[in-house]
Structures are given as structure tokens and as C-alpha cells.
Design a protein around this ligand. Structure first.
Ligand SMILES: [Zn+2]
Length: 89
């Protein structure tokens, strides 16, 4: 469930209601062309997720931010490969 938030406290993932992009607060791109997560909060476009997990955001139709979650697309095939090989759990 996505809920409007007015603070980043205790949040790991924050979504943009307008663009449907989800950001990783811990790895935010702080450059002028970066995520600007705080601006989302200030403009009332920020949502948090219950539970506060990337999978939850994706399930609700949010797209991983290409800046702070840039390696998400790379990570996924690696996980899949491991799964197919039966390595790990
Ligand atoms: Zn971002």
C-alpha cells in the first residue's frame, strides 16, 4: 500500500506519485540533476510503502529510479542466474 508521507524519517523507499518512480533514499543521487527526493516530499508528491520494500513498490506499478536504483536492472539477472543454477538457497 502506498501512503502519502511528509517526512523521510525511517523511510528506505520513496515513490513519486506523478511519475510513478521509486527512489532509494539511502542511495539518493544528491547532484542537481539527481533524485530530489526532498522536493517530492515538499510538493506533496512523495509516498511511502507498506511494507517499505522495493518489491512492494514494484508490485504497485512503480519504476526503479535509474539514478539511485541504477544497478537494480543489473542485479536482477544475476539473481535469476543463481536461481536457475540452483546455487544458494
Ligand atoms: Zn532516485
Amino acid at each position: 500500500m502506498a501512503v502519502p508521507i511528509t517526512s523521510l524519517r525511517g523511510r528506505h523507499y520513496v515513490g513519486d506519485l506523478e511519475t510513478k518512480i521509486v527512489h532509494d533514499v539511502i542511495h539518493e543521487d544528491p547532484t542537481p540533476e539527481g533524485c530530489k527526493i526532498w522536493e517530492l516530499v515538499r510538493s506533496g508528491r512523495a509516498v511511502g510503502f507498506e511494507s517499505d520494500r522495493l518489491q512492494q513498490a514494484l508490485r504497485e506499478g512503480y519504476t526503479p529510479c535509474p539514478k539511485c536504483l541504477y544497478n537494480y536492472q543489473l542485479r536482477r539477472p544475476a539473481f535469476t542466474q543463481r536461481f536457475l543454477k540452483g546455487v544458494g538457497e
